[in-house]
Design a protein around this ligand. Sequence first.
Ligand code: ATP
Ligand code: MG
Length: 659
Amino acid sequence: MSDDAATAIENLSQETRTFSPSSEFVQNAVARPSLYQEAERDRLAFWRSAASLLSWKTPFTETLDWTDAPFARWFADGTLNVAYNCVDRHVESGHGDQAAILAEYEDGTDATYTYAQVKDEISRMANVLTDLGVKTGDRVAIYLPMIPEAAFAMLACARIGAPHSVVFGGFSADALRSRIEDAEARVVITADGQNRRGKQLPLKPAVDEALATGGDSVEKVLVVRRTGGDVEWTEGRDVWWHEAREDASAEHEPVWVEAEHPLFILYTSGTTGNPKGIIHTTGGYLTQAAYTHRNVFDIKPSTDVYWCTADVGWVTGHTYVVYGPMANRTTQVIYEGTPDSPHQGRWWEIVEKHKVSKFYSSPTAIRTAMKWGEDIPAKYDLSSLKLLGSVGEAINPEAWMWYRRVIGGDRCPIVDTWWQTETGAIMISPLPGITATKPGSAQVPLPGIGADVVDESGKPVENGEGGYLVLDKPWPAMLRGIWGDPERFKETYWSRFEGLYFAGDGAKRDEDGDIWLLGRVDDVMNISGHRLSTMEIESALVSHEWVAESAVVGAADETTGQAVVAFVILRGGNEDAIAEAGGEDKVIETLRAHVGKEIGPIAKPKRILVVTELPKTRSGKIMRRLLRDVAENRTVGDTQTLADASVMDLIQEGMSSKG
Ligand code: ATP
Ligand code: MG
């Protein structure tokens, strides 16, 4: 342990399991081990060659301009169009009949859109947007459910060079208004409603409400008809997409823009606080989106059926539903509904139906499936799956093992991909066919990416030590700033460590030098002078067969500074075993002992509370700061970004009744 141990984060857990890819996988893998050497030898040449995955209207001559750091410019004198790269060129190369989108709707109906059809749809929508007054550079807010039109809207904006700002369809009118106002959007694209758990939820009323009290920049609202039925209508402002579409031409010349032209603004999901409007531009973003998608997911355009379950409201839905997959001419599933509608096997039914080969989802979804029990996925034929991915939070080793065994049939490599809204694309991940994977670790920076774990003073930690995750070289898909606030950009990401991008996440290096994410730095606990990450204690809890999910926080404590308080959700199917063992009190005793045994007495939770739900953001991430409020008997802070605010009442009741 180094001298900085008092301030760095401790390395508590050990993981010895590794899984090498099968020789068959290795032989056919897209990513070759030489990628690492090429990037090592000449990083900029490496990215130049990655940029040739795209079609450029005017080739670039300069790769990176970092003179105005931290504001990067990549491929700056090249011109291109993102929609052309994602759609038109595939039609031109003779793949117009290939399915681009296999749409599954919540009510069980489906639809297929070929690349040729997508080209027509986005061209029509680009023409309609132009008629509505949208010009290159104008911002368009998109507030849609997870239907193909969401992808069309994004691509139509990209086609005319109008940066979009997608707002998740589950956000409130207030959240929508503040995002519209921040970006000064000229047009909003929305739908009448959306299907959610067998019900039709109205969507447009939120737009009406947002615009009734602000959002003055908005001139037109383009409305997709999804659920049907009556909607309030503002004459002169509101336009039905299906009506405008009828008169719109399917011919549209893409607007060629400079590589640094803004492609979109996306507000971070708000797990830690006030969302920031992250700016991404065109050439560098699409290069890294296409390159990472192709290599990390081992994409074979003619045979793969890919499914990323993220909503377009999050960055994963931007880079790994719309831009990466479509730049790579992938056939993909887009699913409108929730995983449990109309039944808890819905996702696995879709995998079976479309013979999905590449599946990319989140730890929260995997832990929920664990909670529901493995007999549910067991009912479906999942043998088409070849590779699984995870993103959004660190995945507990035991959840990783469950994913591998129950969903992946012990045969699929798992890629645990670390990245952020700010990074635009995957940064740290195993490469399938090369890396022997370790449950719970994102492992290695991708070729061309510079990432490190440093201590308080910015010095790289030794293997076996914990610290802070930083990125030490500019990368093509990096954010170009925060919309309207360049100072906040510098201060948030570039002021903590000189010359390094600070991601806000804790991490450690294991004995092999592999990187493990330890959760957000804000969540780190201080127990008797030991800085402990919540992640490793949560993983120790989840490694017990009774536990599906857990959240750990540090609560103020008179003797130890902070004390570990754990909230756990039990796995389905263990009711009998638990009753036999002596009920809930026994569970708590057993789990405390289990944590002590797994990672040591210092990490033993002082209190454990069995709950049925945890507070999560709408993107499914655990909001530990709210649990900290409960554990310290404070009024619970801002719950606006919570998916379901009522879980906090339940947890508070449970907390006080069990004192
Ligand atoms: P905000 O920045 O507004 O608080 P957010 O950080 O949740 O919201 P995102 O950009 O969607 O918004 O999430 C990125 C964060 O998610 C990362 O910084 C990290 O904390 C976490 N994360 C993503 N992928 C992984 C992963 N594979 N392993 C561990 N953590 C991950
Ligand atoms: Mg963040």
